[in-house]
Design a protein around this ligand. Structure first.
Ligand code: FES
Length: 165
């Protein structure tokens, strides 16, 4: 796709959520520590943080753009690129780690030929690691699009991934 189509798409995408974004910014304006929650809510809405959105947040909160970009790149929870159609989260918290989460993660990385933090070239999957998701009794645990898979082992990975197109 050419650059001009790209930027047009982003403009339309941003516009459809513009009103809600403005509401979020207004709700936090003037509050200490507003930046992180505003970024979290914006990411929830867009799925990631497009540049235009980060600029709008900087302007709305009267914060330098460089500070917003700095925070987004510092914290692993923020995404600068859209996710794939299916978001896999592998828990690497203590209980899951002790019960073999690394093997599960390695198997997913091998199957998808990506490492944690990446998206497959066909946009089918994005893989992330997270700290405890509060289901330690089922460790090791992973989620796909919020659906929880407990008592995981690497042998279960291929069949589970096949279910997600
Ligand atoms: S450590 Fe993985 S769910 Fe708690």
């Amino acid at each position: 796709m050419c650059k001009c189509c790209d930027s047009k798409q982003e403009a339309v995408f941003a516009d459809s959520n513009q009103h809600r974004l403005n509401e979020i910014i207004s709700a936090y304006q003037g509050h200490d520590g507003a930046l992180i929650p505003v970024l979290q809510e914006a990411q929830e809405m867009y799925g990631y943080l497009p540049e235009a959105v980060m600029r709008a947040i900087a302007k709305g909160l009267k914060i330098p753009e460089a500070k917003v970009f700095g925070v987004v790149t510092f914290y692993a929870q923020f995404r600068l690129k859209p996710t794939g159609r299916n978001l896999i989260r592998v828990c690497m918290g203590t209980a899951c780690h002790v019960r073999g989460a690394q093997k599960v993660l390695s198997e997913i990385e091998r199957e998808l030929a990506i490492v944690a933090g990446e998206t497959t070239a066909d946009q089918r999957f994005t893989l992330e690691t997270v700290a405890c998701i509060g289901a330690c009794g089922l460790a090791p645990v992973m989620t796909i699009n919020g659906q929880v898979f407990g008592n995981m082992n690497s042998g279960l990975v291929p069949d589970i991934l096949k279910r997600f197109k």
